[in-house]
Design a protein around this ligand. Structure first.
Ligand SMILES: [Fe+2]
Ligand SMILES: [Fe+2]
Length: 184
């Protein structure tokens, strides 16, 4: 990486980092939607995938607005969140319910990461007086905040259901959000 010595260069670096993170999430979210057994959770992942594609497009517009070519630079932060998920799945053989509960936590971690990143990017764009960039980044930030609220609500319901169930990992058949499916 070339030396970063100006606010504009730092802004560009942070954009590249987030561009990588969002592109990674477009690949991860379909897998999470597939892993989730809870119907509402699975749908939330699918609808956030659509939003995430919009985040990628908005970031590309931000690059253009500041006269730069969209470029991704590896983001160890999002890779770490992804790795935490992958390792849990591999090592813990979670029951259907516990996997759903875990997925809400993994999603919340990713949203918090994105919210922190966009909050910083909006401040940087504002300081640089890049008005178009501010608007585009705020749009992404708002959707991340809404996505976090949604997953927190789903998480509370799933945990409540799980604590009301037998606790041995069996499926809660009466649970409103559960869809019948078999796991291989
Ligand atoms: Fe996003
Ligand atoms: Fe997100």
């Amino acid at each position: 990486m070339p030396a970063v010595t100006s606010p504009k260069q730092l802004f560009e670096h942070e954009l590249q980092d987030m561009y990588y993170a969002e592109k990674t999430l477009t690949k991860v979210l379909p897998k999470l939607a597939e892993e989730a057994s809870d119907r509402e959770l699975s749908r939330a992942f699918t609808s956030h995938l659509k939003q995430t594609e919009g985040h990628v497009a908005n970031l590309e517009k931000v690059f253009r607005a500041i006269g730069k070519t969209p470029q991704a630079t590896p983001c160890p932060g999002i890779e770490g969140i992804k790795k935490e998920h992958d390792e849990f799945i591999e090592s813990s053989s979670p029951s259907t319910e516990m996997l759903d509960a875990f997925l809400t936590g993994a999603a919340a971690r990713a949203e918090h990461y994105e919210i922190a990143a966009y909050t910083g990017l909006v401040s940087q764009a504002r300081a640089l007086k890049e008005r178009e960039a501010v608007e585009l980044l705020q749009e992404n930030l708002k959707q991340e905040k809404d996505a976090l609220k949604k997953v927190e609500t789903i998480s509370k319901r799933i945990l409540k259901q799980a604590n009301g169930s037998t606790g041995n990992g069996s499926r809660v058949s009466s649970a409103s959000g559960q869809r019948a499916r078999t796991r291989s």
